[in-house]
Design a protein around this ligand. Structure first.
Ligand SMILES: Nc1ncnc2c1ncn2[C@@H]1O[C@H](COP(=O)(O)OP(=O)(O)OP(=O)(O)O)[C@@H](O)[C@H]1O
Length: 347
């Protein structure tokens, strides 16, 4: 969908922002660009919609060289989301979202109806559409920014640190929302971040850059974590690289056994067989919390829970939260090792 072929960008002051970049960003997938500050991520992103033009090399979107296209037309067909949401302060949220449909010549009523639909898509209430941007929280403003970028239903979405200015809890929520939206919409997304955890969560592929605009490695998250190309990439991925890989492995295929009954510790269940807590026969000892896991939860979540659990057992539940069985700490360890071995072989 988006192809960079030997792309170089040198600014008039002599700074090389992007050095000989060849990279393919597949249609319907999320490509995350990561790397330390000043390594050329934003410049790479902005060359896609011609906010910056390359010094040499070719960039194609949908097979067409971007330099052969009118910059304004191109920008209208590519959604763009930035960190400070970039909303117009004196327009209501609804009118902010309707900006591009209006520019594209949709009538005011149709543009507003589309904007109202998008408010709901990004998880905001109809009432928030009547407010002004400063009357929303930072996280809500980012949602409006995403809705506005989606308004013209562009096939390509460029996102430059879109969730950088919100707290970690809201950030996780916004990431979840983006993953949910992406399942429905399958846009070609290019996403810039400093945060490797965000990259691992969101990326179908991750491109790691180092200073001077050099692409060091581009691979799927599991390939990257299992086989970093060099020490720079390994350092960038951090000391918890092994654990991060476990965050990508779902629990689905990991065996479970019946929950123990009659031992020192057992699971207290409610009437719908949903785990409430661990309780013990020993008098005087408090109940301990349980965090039941579903098949879609990760091996990393299971490892965490097995360490906290008084029995080393993790409670497994179905989609309704009812207990289906337990998995032991040993079983989880064994599969954690296996996940690493498999990722190394696959890459
Ligand atoms: N218009 C410009 N003129 C001159 N140099 C520029 C210009 N824009 C960016 N640069 C330089 O190009 C290099 C790459 O900048 P860029 O913004 O692409 O990096 P980045 O990886 O997105 O950084 P950050 O993570 O801090 O946003 C930096 O050294 C920057 O100072």
């Amino acid at each position: 969908m988006i192809q960079f072929d030997a792309v170089h960008k040198r600014f008039p002051n002599g700074t090389t922002a992007v050095h000989d970049l060849s990279l393919e960003m597949p249609e319907g997938g999320v490509t995350v660009l990561v790397g330390s500050s000043g390594c050329g991520k934003t410049t790479t992103l902005r060359m896609i919609n011609r906010m910056v033009d390359p010094t040499s090399g070719t960039i194609r979107v949908g097979g067409r060289d971007v330099l052969d296209q009118d910059a304004a037309d191109l920008r209208r067909s590519i959604g763009y989301v930035i960190q400070q949401s970039g909303l117009f302060p004196h327009r209501t949220v609804l009118d902010n979202i309707a900006t591009v449909p209006l520019l594209l010549g949709h009538g005011r009523r149709k543009a507003r109806a589309r904007a109202a639909e998008l408010l709901e898509t990004v998880g905001l209430t109809a009432e928030s559409g009547k407010r002004y941007p400063h009357q929303l929280s930072g996280g809500q403003q980012q949602r409006v920014g995403v809705a506005r970028a989606l308004a013209a239903d562009p096939p390509v979405l460029l996102m430059d640190e879109p969730f950088g200015a919100v707290d970690p809890v809201v950030r996780t929520q916004l990431q979840d929302e983006l993953l949910r939206l992406q399942k429905e919409l399958s846009k070609t997304i290019v996403f810039v971040t400093h945060d490797i955890d965000e990259a691992v969560r969101l990326g179908d592929q991750i491109a790691i850059f180092r200073t001077g605009g050099h692409l060091v490695q581009c691979a799927t998250p599991s390939e990257l974590l299992a086989r970093p190309a060099d020490d720079f990439v390994a350092d960038f991925l951090g000391a918890e690289r092994g654990l991060k890989l476990l965050s990508l492995t779902p629990l689905k295929d990991i065996p479970q056994a019946p929950a123990p009954e009659g031992g020192t510790w057992e699971l207290a269940l409610d009437a719908a067989r949903r785990p409430l807590h661990w309780r013990t026969k020993n008098t005087g000892e408090p109940e301990l919390p349980v965090r039941p896991l579903r098949d879609t939860d990760s091996l990393l979540a299971a490892l965490n829970e097995s360490i906290a659990s008084p029995t080393g057992l993790v409670a497994r539940v179905d989609a309704d939260g009812a207990l289906t069985g337990v998995t032991s700490r040993d079983e989880i360890h064994q599969h954690a090792g296996q996940a690493h071995a498999e990722a190394r072989v696959a890459s």
